[in-house]
Design a protein around this ligand. Structure first.
Ligand SMILES: [Zn+2]
Length: 340
């Protein structure tokens, strides 16, 4: 059994324009690192465009059609989210990679999967592109797991430095898709405060852990140990999906966390053991942000090595007083619903 890596050079054709941080060079850097330092136990495949049916489980038909109508033309969907001639094809490939990754781990043709996609997805709302994102790839993966494969419970872990507002909004009233998100706060897009925990049946199934700038590997790891791991043990997911953004790296020009490639590998080890314990190993990572090319490539490579079976490093940094407080407050907030 291998780790499936999904990528397609056609996703380089999505070009939001000069000076935009979400640039084709990001994917180029990842492709180059994976080809110069291949990871044993992986195989690479090209995704197909995601079907309109799979995308329409998350996005209304009218929105999907509006995006489809811009195929081959350059247009700005919002001030941050600009499309070039190749963008719709790239966005459909990103959604398709999310679906194919789920197929592979559910059918058992891969032990786990990492899809190197762009545009990213976790800010996309059901009816609106936002924050460099067109289709919400992770939400499409979750709905595909539920509706095409009949899986009951999906755990989404979002360690991008930004809050995954689109993912939260899509599943806010649901108890079958649990979202655990660590992020810088307050920060773009402004959502993700601790008090937002879900609504109705979904009450308690949204877990936001907002951190101050300067959060370290040990801070995030502690939130995984004290919140994510016990909550996952109770929730018992059938599959684990990760919005794997690397803009929390200390060298990232947008985020102000101090994480390292080894720290991301450590987080990856945590989600892998959750998947192994509760979900028959079914684990899919989808690339989100990460805007320093070297930090992105080394973090992706470190996580891929963990997926392929290398043991993850222990966090060596110290937790910070602000980070300790953030974890304590989140534990206090969620203690009523979960055994923490
Ligand atoms: Zn981000």
């Amino acid at each position: 059994m291998t780790t499936l890596l999904l990528l397609d050079e056609a996703m380089l054709e999505h070009d939001p324009g000069a000076g935009h941080p979400e640039r084709p060079d990001r994917l180029r850097a990842v492709i180059q690192r994976m080809s110069t330092n291949p990871v044993a136990g992986t195989r690479t495949d090209n995704p197909c465009e995601g079907s309109l049916e799979a995308i329409a489980r998350v996005h209304p038909q009218a929105y999907v059609q509006r995006i489809e109508d811009t195929r081959g033309v350059a247009v700005a969907l919002d001030p941050d989210t600009r499309l070039s001639e190749g963008s719709v094809h790239a966005a459909r490939l990103a959604a398709g990679a999310a679906v194919q990754a789920v197929d592979a781990v559910v059918r058992g043709s891969a032990s786990n999967a990492f899809a190197f996609v762009r545009p990213p997805g976790h800010h996309a709302l059901s009816d609106r592109a936002m924050g460099f994102c067109v289709f919400n790839n992770i939400a499409i993966a979750a709905e595909h797991a539920r509706q095409s494969h009949g899986l009951q419970r999906v755990l989404i872990v979002d360690w991008d430095v930004h809050h995954g507002n689109g993912t939260e909004a899509i599943f806010y009233g649901r108890d079958d898709v649990l979202l655990f998100s660590t992020h810088q706060f307050p920060f773009y897009p402004g959502t993700g405060a601790l008090r937002y925990t879900g609504v109705g049946a979904g009450e308690g199934a949204t877990i936001n852990v907002p951190f101050s700038p300067g959060a370290t590997d040990a801070d995030l790891r502690r939130s995984f140990r004290e919140l994510l791991e016990p909550i996952a043990a109770e929730f018992k997911p059938d599959i684990v999906l990760v919005s794997a953004g690397f803009d929390g790296h200390g060298h990232d020009p947008l985020g102000q966390f101090e994480l390292s490639a080894e720290g991301f590998a450590d987080l990856c080890g945590s989600v892998k053991s959750i998947a192994d314990q509760h979900a028959d190993g079914r684990l899919v990572l989808l690339l989100e942000g990460g805007y320093d090319l070297e930090a992105l490539a080394s973090s992706v490579h470190a996580c891929t090595r963990v997926l392929a079976g290398e043991s993850s490093p222990d966090a060596t940094t110290q937790s910070t007083p602000e980070g300790d407080r953030a974890v304590q407050q989140a534990v206090a907030r969620h203690r009523e619903r979960w055994h923490l």
